[in-house]
Design a protein around this ligand. Structure first.
Ligand SMILES: NC(=O)c1ccc[n+]([C@@H]2O[C@H](COP(=O)([O-])OP(=O)(O)OC[C@H]3O[C@@H](n4cnc5c(N)ncnc54)[C@H](OP(=O)(O)O)[C@@H]3O)[C@@H](O)[C@H]2O)c1
Length: 333
């Protein structure tokens, strides 16, 4: 038998554990042109919340159906194959549903992993996966921080933020994070090399807290959150600063709070660039090689919020929105 996490009901606002349920069903037979995988890790990625609302389908994914498996990213190994392009034993990072097994015809978004994995397999879902590569592409291609820059990162203690901050530090920048708790702020500064951290829901209004932590203004804002964090950052940007938009978790599945100060983009001559990592598929090897070098040399760390067992996938997803995670959220099956 295989197990799936299905959408039991549509989340209202932030997802909670009860929005998900486990279903058991027989493992499907492998037909010509298909292959079967065993899924060893499920990566929890906030962006998938977007497709849990009714009529939320777009060019990337259709809206998820009620009582059907939830779409996500998994680390999979091919265990049976009647597909010419996928051999038994191949390891994949794939946009498959939250299931213990997947029958695929290869039409999903699939990135092949090396045959022999040098690091803990979970790293290929985090620092060497979609979120680590998002930090890499966003920092290296767009932000391009220098030692003269102050870099502010929202969602700084999460999967993308922890890696983005470490990359900016490698370039010599001063790095400040926005986080949801004092414990996470302390952890960023004491364990991950951040220079300072501000609380997004502390006693001080966010724009003032950012100003106190970045007295010379911000040169680069790497945004995972959107809404009020983006607005507060714009207020503190320096002339010709760069805004790198990676995500907007504060607006997923709810009415977004748009920044009300976009005219400052004009007056400060700011540049804004968003990006989607999956459009850089052909550069995954380059990104993974560089991140692997840093990991191997101990130059960057890859913190994880890891749970075990498919029954914990719903809770792990809810944890992302509650800010419970320190680093990459992952479930080992
Ligand atoms: N562009 C791309 O290709 C790409 C690829 C992967 C991910 N992303 C995006 O990158 C962002 C980060 O993803 P991730 O996987 O690394 O998640 P994550 O940062 O590991 O977890 C999300 C963090 O965001 C904060 N947060 C949650 N709800 C919030 C809210 N309403 N307002 C403000 N902060 C909130 C929480 O931290 P605190 O409580 O500490 O603030 C939480 O820990 C997401 O927006 C995701 O969609 C983009």
């Amino acid at each position: 038998m295989m197990q799936s996490v299905v959408l039991a009901r549509r989340p209202e606002g932030n997802p909670v554990e009860a929005d998900f349920a486990i279903r058991e069903h027989p493992i499907p037979k492998v037909v010509d042109g298909a292959f079967l995988t065993r899924n060893d890790f499920i990566s929890l990625d906030a962006g998938f919340r977007n497709w849990m609302n009714e009529d939320s389908g777009d060019e990337i994914l259709p809206a998820m159906s009620l009582h059907e498996p939830v779409m996500g990213l998994v680390l999979a190994e091919v265990i049976q194959s009647k597909h010419p392009d996928y051999a038994v034993g191949e390891k994949l990072m794939a946009r498959f549903a939250w299931q213990t097994h997947t029958l695929s015809d290869g039409s999903e978004f699939i990135a092949r992993l090396p045959d022999a994995l040098e690091f803990d397999p979970s790293a290929y879902m985090g620092v060497l996966g979609d979120t680590g590569m998002s930090a890499y592409f966003g920092m290296r291609d767009i932000a391009k921080p220098t030692a003269q820059d102050c870099v502010l990162i929202s969602g700084a203690g999460g999967a993308v933020g922890t890696i983005a901050g470490q990359i900016a530090k490698l370039e010599g920048a001063r790095v400040v994070g926005i986080v949801g708790s004092q414990a996470k702020a302390d952890w960023l500064c004491h364990s991950l090399g951040y220079d300072a951290a501000v609380l997004r829901r502390g006693d001080t209004p966010l724009p003032d807290a950012i100003q106190a932590a970045c007295p010379d203004g911000i040169d680069v804002f790497f945004d995972n959150v959107g809404g009020q964090s983006l607005e507060a950052a714009i207020t503190n940007m320096n002339h010709r600063g760069r805004l790198v938009l990676c995500g907007a978790i504060s607006g997923y599945g709810v009415t977004p709070h748009g920044p009300g100060n976009l005219f400052e983009v004009v007056t400060k001559e700011l540049s804004i660039e968003g990006f989607m990592t999956h459009f850089r598929h052909e550069r995954y090897d380059e990104a993974r090689d560089q991140l692997s070098n840093w990991l191997r040399e101990g130059i960057i760390q890859s913190p994880e919020h890891r749970m075990v067992g498919i029954e914990n996938v719903g809770k792990a997803f809810a944890d992302l929105f509650a800010g419970e995670n320190f680093g990459k959220t992952i479930v080992e099956l």
